[in-house]
Each structure stands twice: as C-alpha cells, then as structure tokens.
Design a protein around this ligand. Structure first.
Ligand SMILES: [Zn+2]
Length: 770
C-alpha cells in the first residue's frame, strides 16, 4: 500500500537524476569500506560480525530473487485469491526447507469484494466507463483472468445518480477553495484526482460535505504521460491503468474494521457493519484517465483554479454538472481468510529477545513492485540466514521473519497479528524492520530515531549498485545536491548541515501506509521502514494490473541489483540487532530529533499567528473583495481565529532534561565501549531489557485524542493526511485544527510521556555506570 510519493517525501532524496552524482563518486574512493567501531559490539565482535555479513552477502543471488518474483507474481494474488494462498504455502515450505521453525497464522477478516460495479454518464451525453484494464503488448500476465476489477475496498455499497463536481485532490484546502467559488457538493457526485494525501480522505471529506458518491481518477499530470512515456514504451501509467486501493479510515485505526484493537482470530466477535467506524458511508470507485476524460470534458461552471488543472487536453471546469453520472457498487461483505507466514530462528544467549522483520505478500493484482519486490528480498535474507544457521551461526537473540497477508485493504495481517500477540511483543520484541516496495534508486529509511545510527553504519558498508559508492555516500550526495537547490526547504538544508561530510543521514518520521504501523504506533517497538526507490518511476503501475513481473524486470530494477542491496541492508540490520552485545540504539539521536520537532511546533504557532494577523488586516480593509474579478467573483476566505500564546513550556522543559540525560547516557555507553563492553551477564541482560523497551515509554495508554489505537506520542499518521507523518502529533494536530486549548493540554500530556522516557534512560545510564 505504501504511497510511492511517500518515498520521495520521506527522505527528500529521490527524484534526483544520476547526473547530480556522477562527478562525486569514483568506485575506488566511494566503495563501501566502513570499518571502525560498530554500535553495540566490542572491537572483536565487530570484526567477526563483518565476516558474518560477508558470508551472508555471498549467499544472496539476484537470479534466484528474480525467479521467486516471477513465480509469486505469475497469477493475481489479492486477498482471497487462490494464488495468494499458494504463495503463503510456498513460502512456508521454503522457510522450513531453510531450517526455520515456521507456521501459518490465519485470521478471518472483513474483506468486501465487488459483485457489481457501474459508472455511466447519463447527461448531457452518454458514456459507459469501461472499468477495465486491457492486455498490453509485451506484458505476458496482463491478459490473465482472476484479477479484482478496479475497486476501493471499504467504500459503501450504493446506487446513486447526481451531477459531478471536480474538487482537485479533494483535500481540506480544496473544499475551502470550492466554497470561495460558490460551488457545493451537497447531493452531488465528487470527482477528484489521486495525490495530495491518503485516498481514504477523499470520499470521507466528500461525504462530510454532503456528497452522495465519489470517483477517484489518476490524472496524467501526476501519474501518466506528463511524467514520462506510458507503458509499454515507458514505465508510466497508460490511459486505461487504474489505481485500486483501500479507503478505510485508517487514521482512526488500521486492521479489520470490525475488530478494533483485537485480533480477528477465527471465531472472534466481529462488530456489526453499522458500528465499524472505519467504513465509509458513500460509494467510491477508482477510474482511469481514459474513463475520466469524457466525464471531466462534459463539465461546466467556473474554470478550475490553475493549481487544480491537470494534463488532460481540455479546460478543467469545477461544475456542478452539466455532466450527470450514475454509479453503482455492490459487494460481498463476508469474512475472508488471510494467511500470515511466521518463521523463527531461535536465539542463544538472549533468546527471550526478538528481532522481527516483515513485508506483505498480498498485491492488488500481480503485485510485482508492491509488495513482492520487497517480499523476495526478505526471502533471500531468510535463506542466507538459514544457511549460516546450518553452518553453526547462533544469533544471541531470536529472529522472527513474517510475511503479512491483507496489507492492501488496511494493514490487516500485521495489525491482527500484533493485536493478538501484543503482550508477548511487549515482553520480547526489541525491534521490527519493515519493507514493502523496492526498486532502483536511493535508500529510504524511516522510523525510530534511536535506530538512526545503526542504519547509517550499515548503509556505509553496503555498495550502491549503480555508482559503486556506499549507499550512505550516495544518500549524502543526493541530500547535499537537493539542499543546495534554490527554494530548498529549511528542514532539508538543516538535514544536509546535520549530516555534514561525515555525520549520519537523518532518518524520517513515519505516518502510515505499510506494516510498521501496529508495531511502532500501537505496541511501541523500535521500528524501521526501509526500501530503495525514486529512480524507477514505478508509480505508473501502482495498484494496477500492469504492476507485473515484466514491468518490474524492465523498469523496476533491471538485473535485480537493488533487490540484493535491500537484502544486504535489511539483513545486516537484523543480524546486528540480533548479535550485538548491547542493543545498537543511540538515544541521543532521538533527543536531537525531538528538539527539531519541537522547534517546528514553535515555528508553526508563530507563523499561524502572523498569518491570522495578516488575513485580518486584509479582511478589515475589504482587500479580497476589491481584488476579486466581478465577472468571476471569488468570495473572501473564512476569517481565521486569532492565535493566543501556546504554552509549550512543559514540552521545552522535558526536552531539555531529556537532552541532559541522553548526553549522560552516551557518555556512560562510550566509557563502557572503550572498556570493551565488559558488563556482567545479569547486568547486561537488564541493560538490554531496558533498551529494548525504551520505545514503549513514548506511548500514552490513552492514545491520541479521538483515536486511542494510536498511542505513540511522537510519530503518527495525520488525522487529515492519512499517510504522511505528524510528529508530536497530539500538539501538532491541535495547532493544525486551531484548537489552542487542546495544544496546551497535550503539551502537558506529551511532556509527561517524555519524562517517563527520560526516567528509564537515567536508570539505564546508572546501570551502565555500575
Ligand atoms: Zn505494499
């Protein structure tokens, strides 16, 4: 499900052409040659760990990975499809063959499938949408049957007819603009383009504004011939390509809508549909730009604002009408089985601590890029670790590899599993490493900041296939080049400055969109989300019939070199977390990052205050009216509420104290490392137990306001973004919603959580000093 654009946002690294690099990297100079200290290891331990990683790398095979991808994407593998189950059983057999203790865990989830769909324009002329993706020359699976028709799962069933209104991306600001144009969507059918935020927000906001139905299309401006040659000539979305996808209100809670907060184990009690809060109330369907063209072309009313105009060859109008559409959606709402494959390699000394790794295996159709490109790298890691295990390697901690089902509809497989095993995970799990899509490009890393240094140390030791430089060196070059561009954001410039010539590349906060959510935001496990991307332009086939093996083989990662690179990065991270004497976490990095997030909050409050004052001055001077074209009148904006002084003091104090504690911790750890990490076993076990549960201290058991499932007070998907992360979310979103009292209230709540985190960190430091 991961939004392709997330990769770009996340590290702000992708989409930079290779030219920016060529000058910098020469193979000899740049090649991965990270030596020196390894976080969490003694000097001798580090040396043997590097040897182990070399043996691991030698066991990875691009050819084998390619063959697995072809096999797993050879038939449609959406939830409930025969091949989805076949893939689960095949992976189970592989894990067992490779020496893992593996089993399948089944959950019975609410997963509606379409039994009837229709979109037809009934006025001013008639047009029946094909809702079909025809076979494409040179794409061998594109003609196969058994695929799910274009569908937005968890939209409501319905049979509605109404005039069309075009609302751009259908995000909150678009409705403010629509109001200024004097157009309402009440009793209308909304048509919006993909992009700009989580697709589920589009029909939800349409419903909240009184619409009776919603159509979501891919505009070639964002996703098609404007972005590059269309498939099969190039990688981008062809005119008939459709982006399927969930519209679940995941920002409330992910997983099975009818089992909020508990696992959909067979026989579990499911809420009646009317009580399932993450289901939508209006019908919604995705369409191609081939099907959207006659509909949008038949619209009148105001000309769309410039920023709303896409790349289709006509003037965009907002409506309402005269285009009138009849849409119908009918679904089978029965429960369906999903199959998570869970495999364990038992640890030795610290077998009670678990290092988890996961990727989903269900696609929307063939799922070659999303998710199988990530899944087969995980399999390659598992095979290599199984071989090392047979050769006598025994990781200190237990390693758990998972292949999740049902991710596409709403992170079902990972969420139901995490909810079912929540207690055991809180006791045993110390880290969760996620991946999803993968392709040519730059390493993306997001998640818990305490793992930032581990990612950087590993990325410094893995070679980037295209340039021969280290993966980290290439990240740094991209960051520096982007930060030097005109108009680069202050955050980006600060990232580059922080990373400097030798420092760590900052990892990103994560919101939602893949299987890390339950682990980081509900259970409180230190979590990473990883993947390469940004060069392959895979967005064109995202969630369509054309996300096939042939497309990935040609455009995604020709030669499967980045598949091997991801297996190296993720595999090394897992093995270091499993083998280190002291868990490879650095809490000073979290403290640094927290200071940045806090600074952003102060900045936002100040800029909101200035914006309100400026707007009030313009309104009081009647400037909007005078500036508006009387023939095409645009009303003044809604008056913003004034911004009082927000009391950030509790947060500022907590962050300051935390910084002191983090410095004391780093000092104690460095002293211990210089002394060879010679810590008595019982004390060491206590040290690792405290480190492994630090992320849990960032949770508030009451959760975020209005959405208690999300308990992490530092990272969460935005309530009005769905995908994109909000840092210090309870306060950040209160500012977004101009709820100043809530901002003050949650500044206190979040400060209290940080104090708990600091108290545990101080205990850890005291232990290290003993
Ligand atoms: Zn995915």
């Amino acid at each position: 499900m991961k939004s392709v654009c997330m990769r770009k946002l996340g590290v702000a690294l992708a989409c930079l052409s290779l030219t920016g690099l060529a000058g910098a990297a020469t193979p000899a100079a740049g090649a991965a040659q990270a030596g020196g200290a390894m976080l969490g290891f003694t000097a001798r331990g580090a040396a043997s760990q590097r040897q182990l990683e070399q043996r691991f790398d030698a066991l990875l095979s691009a050819g084998e990975i390619r063959a697995w991808l072809q096999r797993m994407s050879s038939e449609p593998n959406q939830v409930g499809s025969p091949h989805d189950k076949v893939n689960a059983e095949w992976m189970l057999a592989q894990f067992k063959k490779w020496g893992w203790d593996a089993h399948i865990e089944q959950f019975d989830v609410l997963y509606p499938t379409p039994t009837n769909e229709l979109v037809e324009m009934v006025a001013p002329t008639t047009y029946k949408a094909t809702l079909h993706e025809p076979p494409i020359k040179g794409d061998r699976t594109s003609g196969l049957s058994g695929a799910l028709p274009p569908y937005n799962v968890y939209g409501a069933d319905g049979d509605v007819t109404g005039q069309l209104v075009y609302v751009n991306y259908g995000m909150p600001d678009d409705y403010k603009e629509l109001a200024r144009l004097g157009v309402s969507v009440k009793g209308k059918i909304v048509i919006v383009r993909y992009g700009g935020g989580w697709r589920g927000l589009k029909p939800e906001l349409a419903y909240q504004h009184g619409a009776i139905g919603c159509l979501i299309y891919s505009d070639p401006r964002n996703d098609g011939y404007f972005t590059g040659d269309t498939y099969p000539e190039g990688p981008t979305r062809p005119a008939e390509g459709v982006q399927r996808g969930s519209v679940e209100k995941m920002q409330l809670y992910p997983g099975d809508p009818t089992t909020p907060g508990y696992g959909s184990v067979p026989g579990a009690k499911h809420l009646p549909l009317k009580d399932a809060k993450t289901l939508l109330k209006i019908p919604v369907l995705p369409i191609s730009y081939a099907d959207a063209t006659p509909l949008l072309k038949a619209m009148g009313g105001p000309v769309a604002p410039e920023s709303w105009r896409g790349a289709l060859p006509f003037t965009y109008h907002v409506g309402a009408g005269p285009a009138k559409v009849h849409m119908l959606v009918k679904s089978d709402w029965s429960l369906k089985p999903i199959y998570d494959v869970i495999a364990k390699l038992p640890g030795s000394g610290d077998a009670g601590q678990w290092v988890l790794r996961g990727n989903h295996h269900d696609g929307w159709v063939f799922g070659a890029f999303d998710p199988l490109a990530g899944m087969v790298t995980e399999l390659a890691e598992a095979k290599a670790m199984g071989t090392l295990y047979k050769q006598g390697w025994r990781p200190k901690r237990t390693i758990v590899y998972a292949s999740w089902d049902g991710e596409e509809p709403g992170l079902l497989g990972s969420t139901e599993w995490a909810e079912t095993h929540e207690q055991a995970l809180r006791e045993h799990a110390v880290a969760y490493i996620n991946s999803d899509t993968n392709g040519r490009g730059i390493l993306f890393a997001g998640g818990s900041h305490s793992l930032q240094h581990l990612v950087n140390q590993v990325a410094a030791g893995v070679t980037d296939p295209e340039t021969g430089a280290s993966v980290q060196r290439r990240q740094r070059a991209v960051l520096d080049v982007r930060a030097a561009r005109k108009g680069a954001s202050p955050e980006l410039k600060q990232d580059a400055k922080l990373a400097g010539a030798k420092g760590d590349i900052p990892i990103s906060p994560v919101g939602s969109g893949s299987d890390y959510s339950a682990f980081l935001q509900h259970v409180g496990i230190a979590t990473l989300d990883l993947g390469f991307g940004g060069e392959a332009n895979q967005g064109g086939v995202y969630h369509s019939r054309y996300d096939s093996f042939d497309h990935f083989d040609r455009f995604g990662d020709p030669g499967f070199k980045y598949e091997v690179a991801l297996a190296e990065v993720a595999g090394h991270i897992v093995m270091r977390a499993a083998d280190s004497d002291v868990l490879p976490m650095r809490f000073g990095d979290f403290s640094h990052t927290l200071d940045r997030y806090l600074k952003q909050l102060h900045k936002q409050a100040d800029s909101e205050r200035k914006a309100a004052e400026a707007q009030h001055a313009l309104l009081d001077a009647d400037a909007y009216k005078l500036a508006s074209d009387p023939l095409h009148p645009v009303g003044p904006p809604e008056r913003l509420s004034s911004v009082p002084k927000i009391d950030f003091q509790p947060l500022d104090v907590a962050a300051k104290k935390l910084k002191k504690s983090a410095q004391a911790y780093e000092k104690a750890y460095n002293a211990s490392a210089e002394a060879g990490l010679d810590i008595p076993a019982a004390q060491l076990a206590k040290v690792n137990q405290l480190m492994g549960t630090m992320e849990q201290r960032l949770l508030d058991p009451r959760g975020l306001p209005g959405r208690p499932w999300y308990k992490n007070m530092i990272q969460a998907p935005g309530e009005l973004t769905g995908y994109a992360p909000k840092t210090i979310p309870a306060v950040h979103e209160a500012l977004d919603m101009r709820d100043w009292n809530r901002a003050d209230q949650y500044a206190v709540v979040t400060a209290h959580v940080l104090d708990g985190y600091r108290a545990q960190l101080d205990r850890l430091t005291a232990l290290l000093k003993q």
